[in-house]
Design a protein around this ligand. Sequence first.
Ligand code: GRF
Length: 206
Amino acid sequence: MLTVAVLISGTGSNLRALLDAAADPEFPARIVVVGADREAEGFAHAEEYGIPTFMVPWAMFASREEWGAELAAQLRVWRPDLVVLSGLMRLLPATLVDERSPRIINTHPAYLPEFPGAHGVRDALAAGVEQTGASVIIVDNGVDSGPILAQERVPVLAGDDEHALHERIKPVERRLLIDVVRRVASGELDLAQIASRAAGAEASAP
Ligand code: GRF
């Protein structure tokens, strides 16, 4: 059984979907802890399922490195096989990424490498594209630049604002995330192999 830690900042609707999926005894992964960088609304979902939570408040640390060191220490307590960033609105320091990679994944509300960063939905709208999407990636030390594990297109509709478009993307993100976690747990997706292939391709790029 794959054990998973989920890190959030906000409402945790993707977390909720993963918790619901993992409640099925046939699902090959279990969420062991939910962490956040603030008092996140999404903690309520974890509490409802009786899953422990921890908070490492961003505001209490002098630097990203110090915050990340405490986050890494908390994660070590729970020894998860996989860390899922599900709406954690902070860049992780390299020390934490390096400790966990490649068993650390992120969901993103755009079709990467299009529109990386904190405003993927807003940026897609501003660019006037006809379609954007959702992606699940391995976290590396860039901004949403890690190997892509799953992605799907979502059309931009006339009259979409950021909220409406994001709400249409999120169900796709949830489905992709659940599927990726299931495939990692079943061994169908080998994160180490995918990461090392991506590193090899990068090294041999002109
Ligand atoms: C998701 O779209 C995630 O990719 C983005 O923030 C959203 C989180 O939503 N970074 P929620 O907290 O799961 O509802």
